[in-house]
Design a binder for this molecule. Structure first.
Ligand code: URA
Length: 482
């Protein structure tokens, strides 16, 4: 007899979960029940205010009863990585039967450890379907939350959004919005609960009504002009667009009222694009703040779809020097500021040694979002592709047009491509000025992270070249200032 079989279970258990999205609580209770070998048809999972799952029984079993305690020698519970991945998402689905299904699969996994690989199994199929629906809901939340600005009593702006999720995703998605809008005070109100961020702490609040959220303000104009700017008629497929942006969400989206007119004008714009050979994205935002807002929503390339946030350039209009890097890294993505990680620190040291005051420069990147792949819990940098750099050129040019620097310094090949629209060799291009299309002087040097990757003599040699390039830039800036 196994330790599991030692615990004789004759009863039915009603397990009350503290919250409808509390996967950790489900997991803890489910593990204990599995260790006591309680079959799935002897457990009902009940969420607050809920009626339990389809297997719930009426009467005494629905009353809370102490759950059995697993024996000390109970074997550990087996749960494959895939199961845990899918289960975490599926637990957030609004289907009241989800926790029962999760338990049934966990229980079966003890007998068939490779169950999750059986794509024809109805339980596995249903679990995957639930997880997919939750991921889709989260994707919609990322894409369709629109903030309206309201003023707090002390005059500080507070951004409030209304959203109607299909599933219990708000708490799970709070971290995404916290990272993306770290410096704003915001609230997302939903019929399932609300979350509030004050720039430092996250608070949860009760469910809200649509009328609790404001409607209509200048932020919407920004969204509207942004949406018109990124609307690419050559890509227009009405059916696909409606499935990506279901009409259900239109009422919250200021840009939705533009859709009929954009669709109507699409053919003409497409013809114009074809004849000019250009990617016509309309007017660029007229302020740095406008660009900042717009890049946060930019999905013109897939990098913006990752779990990251756009990082805007930093510095003043009229700064004489514009420094352009490749893309924000992990540190920059977290801080929401360019060049604050190890490469940024190295850059700062070399600028200081060269006599260039970083605080007087405008510092930005060729690509505005951090491109990475997950390796366990770490996000590993991936270089942006030429197409991604070219797509993001739109924003870099918008920044440069507004800042109007006298001299632009490109750090590395991606930055050079972002500025020139073509690939150049750093070895050949460094040390002498080039001209951008509008005549602005461009200097190209290596990226500081290149130095960080080198060791010994190679590093010394590159460090010397880098310092010499910066010294030449400092001299040229002095000449241009005269
Ligand atoms: N590397 C870059 O190119 N840019 C940053 O902002 C940080 C690291």
């Amino acid at each position: 007899m196994t330790a599991m079989q030692n615990v004789a279970i004759a009863s039915h258990y009603a397990v009350h979960l503290p919250a409808p999205d509390d996967f950790a609580a489900w997991r803890e209770r489910a593990r204990g029940l599995v260790q006591c070998d309680v079959p799935p048809d002897r457990v009902s999972w009940i969420e607050p205010g809920g009626t339990g799952d389809l297997f719930a029984v009426e009467g005494p079993a629905r009353r809370e009863k102490r759950l059995p305690v697993p024996p000390a020698d109970a074997p550990s519970v087996r749960a494959s990585k895939r199961f845990l991945e899918v289960a975490k998402s599926a637990a957030l689905h609004s289907d009241p039967a989800r926790f029962g299904l999760l338990y049934r699969v966990l229980w079966r996994l003890q007998r068939f450890p490779r169950l999750m690989e059986d794509k024809a199994d109805p339980d596995v199929r249903r679990l995957e379907e639930l997880a997919k629906a939750v991921r889709r809901d989260a994707h919609k939340m990322h894409a369709f939350v629109r903030f309206r600005e309201v003023e707090e009593e002390d005059g500080t702006p507070h951004f409030v959004a209304w959203f109607e999720p299909d599933h219990h995703i708000i708490r799970a998605e709070a971290a995404f919005f916290m990272r993306r809008f770290a410096n704003m005070r915001w609230s997302i109100l939903t019929p399932r609960g609300s979350i509030h961020w004050d720039g430092e702490t996250m608070r949860e609040g009760p469910p809200a009504r649509r009328s609790d959220a404001p409607s209509g303000d200048p932020v919407e104009d920004l969204w509207r002009s942004y949406y018109a700017a990124i609307f690419n008629p050559a890509r227009l497929k009405v059916a696909a667009m409606l499935s990506e942006m279901p009409k259900k969400y239109w009422k919250n989206l200021p840009e939705a009222e533009l859709i009929p007119q954009l669709i109507a004008g699409a053919q003409a714009r497409e013809a114009q694009m074809v004849s000019s050979g250009s990617l016509d994205r309309g007017e660029r935002p007229a302020t740095l703040e406008g660009i900042d807002t717009a890049i946060h929503a930019c999905r013109m390339c897939p990098i913006g779809e990752l779990d990251n946030r756009a990082v805007m350039g930093e510095g003043a209009l009229g700064a004489p020097l514009m420094i352009v890097g490749e893309q924000p890294g992990d540190h920059e993505d977290r801080a929401g500021r360019p060049f604050v990680g190890p490469a940024g620190q190295l850059l700062g040291e070399y600028l200081e040694r060269a006599g260039i005051d970083r605080s007087q420069a405008y510092v930005t990147n060729a690509v505005k979002h951090f491109k990475f792949v997950w390796k366990g819990k770490r996000r590993l940098h991936q270089s942006p592709g030429a197409k991604e750099i070219d797509t993001c050129r739109w924003w870099l040019e918008a920044e440069r047009n507004l800042v109007q620097p006298r001299l632009v310094l490109a750090l590395g090949a991606s930055a050079a491509r972002g500025l020139l629209g073509k690939t150049v060799s750093i070895t050949k291009a460094r040390g002498q000025p080039m001209r951008l299309e509008d005549g602005t002087e461009l200097w190209i040097t290596a990226h500081p992270s290149y130095l960080l990757r080198l060791e010994g003599e190679a590093r010394e040699e590159q460090a010397r070249l880098f310092a010499a390039d910066l010294a030449a830039v400092r001299e040229r800036l002095r000449e241009l200032a005269r």
